[in-house]
Design a protein. Structure first.
Length: 289
């Protein structure tokens, strides 16, 4: 466990003198989403990952907390020097916030469908505004459901929830207070590439946070208005099965981030580290050249 001031988070660190890589999980899961990437990088990098407060193996938050401040405390507690970062959705947003606040800590970033603080309101294909996310990013909140985009133009489906129509009903319905229904809504919204036990477990891990402590996340900044100020190299990964309302901000971010390379991933949804671990590893290695 790592002390983050008014709380603690579960953390894993392989240690040693190898080049460090920090893996930051999304709001639809926990640090186990990196298992396949971790296995591929083991022995070549010092690997660090942790569960944000209230997710996975970390204790619930006692009040509002800053993901960026916690990230800094984890890096300080482990004495991590300049590192490569891979962040998925919520984790990608934290990596961007860190690159703007403390660029000397960041050698490069792989941003998988990042949730970006301060982004404009996301819109569905028909033009209707979608909900703002927990970090202030006006893109679909990457939770299993709380404040997630209710996008009537979305085609998200649940593979075993009665077909496309049932999937759309789940994706577009108001968030349920029933954990089982809430879980199914998350699958319909974010798991276009298919329902499998690992993805379901990732979403189940996030349900308790969004149902009980979603309001505890503090806004960390306005990265959207400062994307051109990012000075570190980056690769932005985007699956072709991503929730449609989440896509425009990611594409625009890739265009505005200096020197950013946009990689489209066939067959991948919001769970990029699980759906395409080799693409994540290749992107990280490309930043070392």
């Amino acid at each position: 466990m790592i002390d983050v001031g008014d709380g603690s988070v579960w953390c894993e660190d392989t240690g040693g003198a190898l080049p460090p890589v920090v893996l930051l999980h999304p709001g639809v899961g926990d640090s186990r989403i990196w298992d396949l990437v971790w296995a591929r990088l083991a022995g070549r990098h010092r690997l660090i990952r942790y569960d944000v407060r209230g997710f996975g193996r970390s204790a619930p938050p006692d009040g509002r907390f800053s993901p960026l401040a916690d990230l800094r405390r984890v890096l300080d507690g482990l004495a991590v020097g300049p590192a490569l970062f891979a962040g998925c959705s919520m984790g990608g947003g934290s990596a961007l916030d860190l690159a703007l606040a403390d660029p000397d800590r960041v050698r490069g970033m792989v941003l998988a469908c990042p949730g970006i603080s301060g982004a404009p309101p996301a819109q569905n294909p028909g033009g209707a505004v979608v909900a703002r996310d927990s970090g202030g990013a006006a893109v679909a909140r990457d939770s299993g459901g709380a404040e997630a985009a209710r996008d009537p133009g979305d085609t998200a489906t649940s593979r075993d929830a009665g077909g496309a129509a049932a999937g759309r009903d789940l994706a577009d319905a108001p968030d349920s207070d029933d954990p089982a229904i809430f879980l199914e809504q998350g699958i319909a919204r974010w798991a276009q590439a298919g329902r499998d036990p690992v993805v379901v477990e990732q979403l189940r891990s996030s349900v308790r946070f969004w149902l009980h402590w979603g309001d505890s996340l503090a806004e960390d900044g306005d990265a959207w208005s400062r994307l051109e100020d990012v000075t570190v190299p980056s690769v932005l990964l985007l699956g072709d099965l991503e929730r449609p309302s989440f896509v425009p901000a990611c594409v625009e971010a890739a265009r505005r981030l200096p020197g950013c390379r946009l990689v489209r991933i066939p067959g991948a949804d919001h769970f990029v580290p699980l759906r395409a671990p080799d693409v994540v590893v290749d992107a990280l290695h490309s930043l070392q050249r």
